[in-house]
Write a protein that binds this ligand. Structure first.
Ligand code: AMP
Ligand code: MG
Length: 322
């Protein structure tokens, strides 16, 4: 079936209160129309997602933002011009008419314009913004390929848009103005890093402050998230092989036989590629039949995109060994 055909099918499903799998450049999403309460409920139901975790709304052109938000500060305009379409979500006051299920009852909403051509084509075809969280069961590893989504949700139509280019969920920033100063609070780390934001805002030349608020303010930041099907442990030591002593300790802690197999999660040395392949490799490790996954956290993997990668890995991990 051609892509156009698939898009047409997806549109029909979405306009009839359904849910479809949608590729984006960050990760794959489960999309529903923001105007369909039944569709939104279906997303929460099939994901086993608690209603306290709000969904991000995806738009394909700036005109659509009116259906979603109540105000659009100039800093949002600036950041949108700079980074949209792309992997950054803005948290802004919600349009009062937006269904509160989408925002978990919050007065704010997360909004993003994805760059993936298939996501854009789908939103354009439906002529409505789409609410879409990542297409995985709640707390589990996000999908970066169509087959990951189909495996988790065999009954869904999933548009295949190839492997997600970025591979990590979007950066989430809350935008507010305080005393003439733009406050950009980073709620979730992602490919648009603090350094990138800093450079852009300095260039803009207006007073601003960047805050990191990645613990409480954003519900998706709960401690255990992105978890593979078997325990993942982080080893914060330089080295490339699992020392017997640590291995024994892990087996003791998780009550494994000392002879069980372990799979090493190897990260690419280039952060961009490490991010893109992170979830694929986590899934591959889970599928090897090993009893646990281990990953070395090297000193050099700090700053920029590495922080976003390690943010996800630490939430996916059952335990850290030093
Ligand atoms: P995802 O499952 O990747 O779609 O993640 C959605 C995440 O975006 C949520 O878990 C929150 O962390 C964040 N988010 C969405 N809307 C809001 C909001 N109104 N306030 C704060 N964070 C939000
Ligand atoms: Mg998610």
């Amino acid at each position: 079936m051609t892509l156009d055909h698939e898009l047409e099918r997806a549109k029909i499903i979405l306009l009839q209160d359904g849910v479809v799998g949608m590729p984006t450049e960050t990760v794959y999403g489960l999309a529903a129309s923001i105007h369909s309460e039944a569709g939104i409920r279906k997303i929460f139901a099939i994901k086993d997602r608690p209603f306290f975790d709000p969904l991000i709304v995806h738009i394909s052109d700036l005109e659509q933002k009116r259906q979603v938000i109540a105000s659009w500060p100039s800093v949002a305009d600036f950041l949108a011009q700079k980074f949209w379409p792309g992997p950054i979500t803005f948290v802004l006051p919600k349009n009062p008419s937006l269904n509160p299920l989408i925002t978990s009852g919050l007065e704010t909403v997360g909004i993003r314009m994805p760059s993936h051509p298939v996501a854009r084509a789908l939103i354009e075809k439906c002529q409505t913004p789409l609410a879409a969280p990542s297409a995985n069961k709640f707390g589990k590893t996000s999908p970066t390929k169509a087959e990951h989504v189909s495996k988790g949700f065999p009954d869904l139509l999933v548009l295949d848009g190839g492997q997600s280019e970025v591979g990590l969920e979007s950066t989430v920033v809350a935008l507010v103005e305080e005393n003439g100063k733009d406050i950009v609070s980073i709620l979730r780390l992602g490919a648009i890093t603090e350094d990138i934001l800093q450079t852009a805002l300095v260039e803009r030349g207006k007073p601003f402050e960047i805050r990191r608020q990645t613990s409480l303010a954003s519900p998706g930041n709960i401690e255990h998230h992105y978890m593979p099907n078997i325990p993942l442990v982080i080893i914060e030591q330089e080295g490339f092989s699992l020392k017997q002593q640590i291995r024994d300790q892990i087996c003791q802690d998780f009550q494994f036989e000392r002879t069980v197999r372990a799979a090493e999660l190897r990260l690419d040395t280039t952060p961009k590629i490490a991010a893109r392949s992170l979830y694929v490799r986590m899934r591959e490790c889970s599928d090897t039949g090993a009893s646990f996954i281990y990953v070395f956290h090297h000193q050099a993997q700090k700053g920029g995109l590495w922080d976003a990668i390690w943010d996800r890995l630490s939430r996916a991990a059952s335990r850290i060994y030093r």
